[in-house]
Design a protein around this ligand. Structure first.
Ligand code: SF4
Length: 245
């Protein structure tokens, strides 16, 4: 089920009956020419530290159980993280911070995430990004965001029976949530739209709670803008809102 155009993405995402089929469809997507070129170029040139790796070089599906009440929504995979290992937030500093926090919260069976076969399992939580391919400079173009959106919306739709809370990592994921809210839940965002902020919570009747969290990027964690304690607070809130604590 290769997707080569935005129309393919929309059709294949809508037709996916479950997350297994959806994940396979995501991995076979070639709909954004710039991102396909970039992900393959990065996979071929590699970073010196990873020269022995065979990079994944494809889109990155979601990770975590199909009946998760908590979703963690990121921006896009990292060029030498997910794009190398084939699993979201795996093999980079952002993932180190994120999965250590999920482990402290009891939402992951181990604190590290280094490769797709490292034994990591998530509990009650599924992680995916608004854009599924690594973009240059971590900046997808608006057309790429829009082309990729059906994958995310279908993933939310398939999780809907159990989904209670969405943690948006950063302003990009926060903004990506609103169209999904309307598309999947048939409800309009508040007017004016709440601005992204760390710890901001938005409740819309009939939809999951939305929690804002600074992105786990090195830019935020190295500078202390986002600390482990701040992440712990967000995941405590997420668990409480999901009925897990
Ligand atoms: S960003 Fe999304 S739509 Fe574009 S090629 Fe990657 S998976 Fe496909």
């Amino acid at each position: 089920m290769l997707s080569r155009t935005p129309e393919d993405v929309a059709a294949h995402a809508a037709a996916a009956p479950d997350l297994t089929v959806l994940d396979a469809g995501v991995a076979d997507c070639f709909a954004c020419p710039r991102l396909v070129t970039w992900r393959e170029e990065v996979a071929a040139t590699k970073r010196a530290a990873f020269r022995d790796w065979t990079y994944w070089g494809r889109p990155i599906p979601g990770f975590g159980p199909a009946d998760a009440p908590i979703v963690i929504l990121g921006l896009a995979p990292a060029a030498h993280g997910g794009n190398r290992t084939g699993r979201i937030f795996t093999g980079d500093r952002s993932g180190d911070v994120l999965f250590a926090a999920l482990h402290r919260a009891g939402l992951a069976n181990q604190p590290t995430s280094v490769s797709a076969d490292d034994g990591l399992e998530l509990r009650h939580t599924r992680v995916f990004s608004a854009v599924r391919c690594a973009p240059p400079d971590n900046k997808p173009l608006p057309v790429e965001r829009d082309t990729c959106a059906p994958w995310m919306r279908r993933e939310i739709s398939l999780l809907r029976p159990t989904l209670r809370v969405v943690v948006a990592l950063g302003a990009f994921a926060w903004a990506a949530w609103w169209p999904a809210l309307t598309s999947v839940y048939g409800v309009q965002p508040p007017v004016p739209r709440p601005a992204f902020g760390h710890g901001v919570r938005v409740s819309v009747p009939g939809a999951p709670e939305l929690l804002g969290c600074y992105h786990v990027s090195q830019q935020n964690t190295f500078t202390g803008r986002l600390t482990p304690a701040m992440l712990d607070d967000v995941f405590d809130s997420a668990k409480r809102l999901a009925g897990l604590a």
